[in-house]
Design a protein around this ligand. Sequence first.
Ligand code: SF4
Length: 480
Amino acid sequence: MVIIENANIDDKLKILADSAKYDVACTSSGVERKAEKGSMGSTSACGICHSFAADGRCISLLKILYTNECIYNCKYCINRVTNDIPRVSFTPEEICSLTMEFYKRNYIEGLFLSSGILHTPDYTMELMIQTLKMLREDYHFGGYIHCKTIPGASSELVELAGWYADRMSINLELPTADGLKRLAPNKSRNAILNPMRQIQLGIDQSRRLLGMKGGNYSAYSYTRDRLAKKEPHLTSSKVLFDMPKIAPSSPAVLHRQSDSLTKRGFAPAGQSTQMIIGASGETDFEIMSVTEALYQKFDLKRVFYSAFINVNNDDELPSPADGPPLAREHRLYQADWLLRYYGFSASELLSDKRPNFNPFLDPKCDWALGHLEDFPVEINRADYDTLLRVPGIGVKSAGRIIKARRMGKVGFNDLKNMGVVLRRAVYFITCGGKMFSNALHIDEDFITKQLINKDTLLRNNTSESSITYKQMHLFDFIPQ
Ligand code: SF4
């Protein structure tokens, strides 16, 4: 390991912000732009990323590692112990001064702090807590802090970090325990799921016992609770991919702390996790089932997906010819949205027989094409949850339709103004009993042809003439 002892703070920032870029539990801007004459503000690719606050605001964060030294040897990670790369570590004081200086210059609104494992998980977590404590108590920093939990750190330290941070996260890393064992041999599933459970219970207790607002109530729980009351069959889907049963660490997860520590609440912006996609061979169905289980059992705010990049050229890892599976990552994010806001379950979207998303169609269109018996939906009669299942109709536009119907009949022209994406929706809806055009008909091949646009074909190096619609079944598009 090449440890650089006398690196200055700029060099450390370059190295440790660069090392943090593979963590997608918030999204990096990656933009470098100098302020120009007559304009104000500049952006830096170096470690500024965005996250979303509990009230939905997008905020910029300084995204760094405490250290890129690590005793573990995760095969997919640039910072693994066997890599011959320059290693540096911040001190708590350095991170505090960077955060405060960037904050004062309006570059950032908060800090995203992760770390490699220095000596032991507890030693590392203690350094991270020292940093957060100093920021909150000595520098009186009231901005947003996202803190990564180090797998294997003791529960007392995890708790303390939760009092200082707004959001906590611990990366699941690989979707299955088998993948984790193969590619991250020093980590265990329980060393990840136990703190995840502890944080979940802590957030819940903080919300209930201390009366903190917001906290743990994720979009997923809200959607499922609403649907469970109305459409119990939609919430009865079996979680196909069982998570190990984890007992709560203790009935009272949160210990007595000073008022100054508890006034912010325990991780009031909830917790999230990240999975690497495409490194360990899981299907989309397995990934979505794990995601669903994480939302159901751990009440996560977000699951992030990171298309695998083979930075180490390790023989045990795939080297996809087309680079990282970004299109797949995109489909998973679309499907994740369907789980959280649209009341879909993983087993409605995919199955053992059809384990991967159609690369040519977004998951909602794909689902609708497999359920044409539910269409067309009459815009002037359908309830909110039925509207949500129509391709091209989103949460906002469904709400606007319901509201507008109180004033009179809704027609196709009105839908466009309400934000409905008509080029997708027209195949699945009627207004006043009529379809948009007599040329439209509810037929799987016909609609598939219309929905797969030329741009998609070009992106995938496919010519339109190479696709025949009548002879092929929709599922033939799914790669084996
Ligand atoms: S624990 Fe694994 S993933 Fe994390 S920094 Fe170390 S080698 Fe990388």
